[in-house]
Structures are given as C-alpha cells and as structure tokens.
Design a protein around this ligand. Structure first.
Ligand code: PLP
Length: 376
C-alpha cells in the first residue's frame, strides 16, 4: 500500500483488511447478546492458541495491563522471583516490587541466558511465585518456559508467563508447561489492533488469589462477569470485534501452519544476517533459543541507528532499534502476525540497500539467502 508504512517491528503489526473492517461497526450494548457472542467466540478461539483449558480473561488495556493484572492478583505480598534478561522481564520485576516487599530480581545481561541454578536455589529457599517473559522481545531471545515451569511445579510455586510476543506465533502449551498465568497482547502475533490483553488463569492460581486487589484489574471481578459473557467495566468493544476476526484468521490458517510460517520468516531473517556478515544479538545455551517472532541484529561499526532506520523509513518500512541500554547497538526486525514472504523480502532488501549505502558492504547477498529459506 503506497500510503501505508509497512510495520516490520515487533508489534504492532499490519492488520488484515477483515480485522480493520470489523472495527467499523456501529456501537452496541456491551451487556447485550451480540457482545456476549463475540466474548464467547474469543474465549473459545484463544484456548488452543494458549494451549490451555483454563479461564481466559480479556482486559481492555495493552499487554502491560495484563502483566500488572497477573502480578497484582497473584504475587502481591508474596516471595516472588522475577527472571530478567531484557526490558520486559525487567518490567515484570518493577511491577512485582510495587506489589511485594519480597520481590527478587534474578538478572542476567540482556539477551543472555537466565540462571536456572540460581532460580532453583530461590525455589528451594521458599519462592512462592516466578515471573518469566517467554519471548523476550527487547533482545529477541526465547527463554525456556517449559523447563522453568517444571521447576515451579516441583516446588509448588506459581508460574506467571508473559507470552505477549509468542502466543499465536510460536509453540505455547500453557497447561502442559504448568503456566498458571499466561498473557498475550493483541497487537503482536495475533495481528489485531493494540489495546487488549488476554490472561489465562489456572485453578491453582485462583486458589492463591490475593485478598487485596486493584479495582480495574481485579481478575476475580473479570471471572464473575465472564459467567455472563461480559466484562466488569465497559470493554473496548471495537477491539473485541477485531480480535474475534483476527482469531478466525488464525483458525482458518491453522495454528501449526501459522507457527511454521513464523519460524520460517525468522529463519529467513537470520539467514540474511549471516550472509551479510552481521552478528545476531542473543547469546544462547542449550536451554535458550533465538526468537521465532523477532530478530535482533548487532549494528556493525560505523552505522548510526537513527540514520539507518530513517533511511529504511523513507522507503516506507519501519523496523525497531534497541531499547534502553541497547539503543544504538542493535536493530530489530519483527516477523509477526499476518506478514509473509513478500514483506520479509521487502524489509531485507531495504536493510541490505541501506547497509551498503551507509558504508557496510554486506559479505554476500542476504536477500538471496532469505529467498532460499522462504522458498520464493
Ligand atoms: C514480551 C513483551 N511483554 C510485554 C510487552 C508490553 O506490551 P504493551 O506494549 O502492549 O503494553 C511487550 C511489548 O512489546 C513485549 O514485547
């Protein structure tokens, strides 16, 4: 689309036309049957995407509202351990500190493996809850949720998992992994508009819900309203309609196909980086993997972030830089949602051209390397 910037950042992502049109309906009564039907459709279609049979509650608020709801309702005043290897792990830690004086952060350098041995020690010493970002988007590293879930289960600790940029684009099995709480954001792999967070809650979590809870983010109030297929407060109805349409698209594509498409796109971006001779940012071990929904690439010497991304932006494509301490050090390409081979080829062509123009001659043709992976 000539008049639209192609978003190849780790969310928000381009929305299919059907999803956009779903928002254009006349206002309806959110206590009526039409909303109830939409509410139930969303619930039914979200469950397989989360890999859960648990209750799923949809909050009108961005992913961070889901993170705060999880911590406020289930970690308040508890011994909570937050695993941090990027900005969003750190955000969960910051929220945990707001709600508990007994919050501990287990931090590794951003983009490097989490320390599972230290986590074991904390659990042996009585940690009651653990927060984890499954797909740490700020560094494009995938953390070992299944492993961490096992440790939490062994020590009977609640496991709170941010799946904001993995759910709908990568394998997530909340129940099998023992995630008591899992969270997704609408504007990421589901390719819906920004503004909704969905949170799944296990029976064990409900048994441990905090007595003192916030008002707007009181998940028990959401659970009670859900029995009537409603939300406690006026929901962002147009966003619910759009999310339902986005989930229909997920169903039509098939979750497995969708996950394979995401993996293929991320593989293609990594193949391009390798061909250019650029380094991927995350440092992995046997438990940690590259993200399948976003790729973080280290800037080669001499390339300046705003000049680089500015030139790509003038070609009609938006990618992301590094956040906070990673500003100027990395750039990130998101491959989430409804995008496919044409969009990946477009962003990689723009990056390759800009690298060359700004003084870094790529070792070989990343666009061709990606084309082979994408089989275009
Ligand atoms: C892994 C992860 N968690 C949480 C968030 C915060 O979500 P939001 O910006 O929708 O509040 C993001 C946003 O990029 C994210 O990538």
């Amino acid at each position: 689309m000539q008049d639209e910037t192609l978003l190849m950042m780790p969310g928000p992502v381009p929305m299919p036309q059907r999803v956009r049109m779903a928002m254009a309906k006349q206002a309806i009564n959110h206590r009526g049957a039409e909303f109830g039907e939409c509410f139930e459709d969303i619930n039914r279609m979200l469950k397989p995407v989360f890999g859960t049979e648990n209750d799923i509650l949809v909050i009108s608020g961005s992913g961070s509202a889901g993170m705060e709801a999880a911590v406020a309702n289930f970690c308040a005043k508890k011994k909570v351990v937050s695993l941090v290897n990027g900005k969003f792990g750190d955000r969960l830690y910051k929220i945990s500190k707001l709600y508990s004086d007994e919050a501990t952060g287990l931090a590794s350098e951003w983009g490097t493996p989490l320390d599972l041995e230290k986590l074991k020690e904390e659990l042996e010493n009585g940690a009651e809850a653990v927060t984890l970002v499954h797909n740490e988007t700020s560094a494009a590293i995938k953390n070992p949720a299944e492993e961490i879930g096992k440790l939490c289960r062994k020590h009977d600790a609640l496991f709170i998992m941010d799946g904001i940029t993995s759910i709908g684009g990568d394998v997530v099995k909340a129940d099998k992994w023992g995630a008591d709480i899992a969270i997704v954001g609408s504007q990421k792999c589901l390719a819906a508009p920004a503004g909704l967070a969905a949170v799944s809650v296990s029976e064990k979590a409900w048994e441990n819900i905090a007595e003192w809870r916030p008002l707007y983010l009181d998940l028990l109030a959401y659970k009670k309203s859900a029995q009537k297929s409603q939300t406690p407060y006026t929901p962002a109805v147009p966003l619910f309609f759009a999310l339902r349409e986005a989930l229909r698209i997920v169903e039509e594509e098939g979750l497995e196909n969708r996950i394979a498409r995401h993996k293929n796109m991320a593989d293609a971006v990594r193949a391009a980086a390798k061909a250019w001779g650029l380094e991927l940012f995350p440092k992995l071990d046997k438990y940690h993997e590259y993200s399948n929904t976003a790729t973080a690439i280290c800037y080669p010497e001499g390339i300046e972030d705003s000049k680089f991304r500015g030139a790509i932006n003038r070609m009609g494509i938006e990618i992301s830089g590094g956040q906070d301490e990673l500003k100027g050090k990395i750039f990130r390409i998101g491959t989430m949602g409804a995008t496919g081979a044409p969009e990946v080829m477009a962003v990689l062509s723009a990056v390759q051209k800009t690298l060359k123009e700004q003084g870094k001659t790529p070792q070989s043709c990343g666009v061709m390397a990606a084309a082979e992976v994408l089989k275009v």
